[in-house]
Design a protein around this ligand. Sequence first.
Ligand code: PAZ
Length: 360
Amino acid sequence: MYTEPTTFSAEQYFATQLPPPALQHDVESVREFVARQQKEGRAVVLVTSGGTTVPLELNVVRFLDNFSAGTRGATSAEYFLKAGYAVIFMHRQFSLQPFSRHYSHSTNPFLDFLDIDSPESQGATPRISVTPNKREDLLQVLTVYKEVHARGTLHTLTFVTVNDYLWLLRAVSQEMSVLKRRAMFYLAAAVSDFFLPRQKMASYLVSSFASEHKIQSGKGSLHIEMDQVPKILKPLVDEWTPGGFIVSFKLETDQNLLLPKARQAIERYGHQVVIGNELHRRKFEVVFVSKKPLPALPPGIEQTDEAILQAVDPTNSFSEYWLRIDVPEHPAPGFLVKEIEEDIVDELVKRHAEWIANTP
Ligand code: PAZ
């Protein structure tokens, strides 16, 4: 019986957990997309978006979920497209998507935008039109949406579980490695830190209940011990896509942890930017944390590792850049708040261009 709580390395993870059935198909579609964008000279960004689930059963009835609606990812994808990037949008099934997010079924149902015009003559087919005060907004969104489709610069992939996410991220990043520095990774998805390995699900069902079937109640409380999801930023940076410009997000509920956690991630994984955001302030405040470039040594001093180390101030080796948008305390009805993703993407596009220009 499988009982050991484990911390999987990425390698062990992929050796023991099964790939999602559509993986091969997804990989081929990404390969074709990347090759076309490369030929047409575009940089490509992988945007991950939405939350992963953690199934508790092999035949899934129950699962743990994550709050993320995919707003950050879907909104950012639109701004990356506007900036000329090709976008691979890897999102949680049914979470928000670029363009259609403006007409989400719960906050802005598209049926409320439509009118039925009564036909003038009896027997004529009724016609559908857009409510006049919604036309301008819809036209703007629809125009960009159609342009993006005509250019073929948006490619969409779907995940549901944390397992789907990990397999897809590895495969897509490996496909993107041909782009070298022109690949950007914008990891905004909210990915579970814990999961239940297949082997554990099976034995836990076999020992407590019945084969692959749904967990039954009636035996008191349910205890689930989960294993830690491997830290995949390390192999992403070092092995899967060396050369890519990697931006990860760090979500905290304690504002005081934002900077220490973001710095720790940069130190640990060696990627380019961590964007820290606090749960309730995330739509109007984020912080970019990166490693400061190495200091220029005074003339005459040889550029040895030792000299560089001496010149680095270990207490001050990170740069922090806060992005904030002003939101009135009591906004008037209909007040349009600027989307912070516009500024996030602007800043990243600048940094990515500098990085492409300055990395040997
Ligand atoms: O999807 P959303 O707009 O509701 O939320 C975005 C977010 C908070 C999930 C994202 O900005 C983020 O911080 N993602 C990484 C979460 C983490 O694993 O720390």
